[in-house]
Design a protein around this ligand. Structure first.
Ligand code: HEC
Length: 111
């Protein structure tokens, strides 16, 4: 009996950190993938106005400094801003794609 418990503890000691590492890296990959996809979408659809390095100027907002929350951001990108050249993007981008762009902008704002 003593032996069995020891073997069991040993198995757990080996398996648990392994599980943690697997879980952790899967999550990290998903996060980085989203940022990368968001960046590509941004470069294709927003960068010509908002700047290739998110460094817009000349009356176009620097998206890293926006005070909008996630919902308002989503709304502006979907519908555009009437009376300005900010175009509605809902026909070009899905909600999911806009969220990826938002994730990219957030990650760039932190760094
Ligand atoms: C044709 C140029 C142009 C393109 C392309 C463009 N924008 Fe804009 N965007 C603007 C301008 C100009 C404004 C400022 C509008 C105003 O004066 O309120 C703006 C405003 C915004 C705002 C509001 C920022 C704030 O803090 O009020 C967001 C968010 C935004 N754009 C996101 C995007 C995203 C994301 C894309 C790509 C999917 C994009 N824009 C593409 C020109 C553009």
């Amino acid at each position: 009996m003593k032996m069995k418990i020891a073997a069991c503890v040993r198995t757990l000691a080996i398996a648990l950190p392994g599980l943690f590492v697997l879980h952790h890296s899967a999550y990290a990959d998903a996060g980085e993938g989203t940022v990368e996809e968001g960046k590509n979408l941004y470069q294709a659809t927003c960068a010509m106005c908002h700047g290739t390095e998110l460094n817009a100027s000349g009356g176009i907002p620097d998206l890293r400094k926006t005070m909008l929350d996630d919902d308002a951001f989503q709304q502006v990108v979907r519908e555009g801003r009437s009376g300005t050249i900010m175009p509605p993007m809902k026909h070009a981008l899905s909600d999911e794609e806009i969220r990826k762009i938002r994730t990219y902008v957030r990650s760039a704002a932190k760094g």
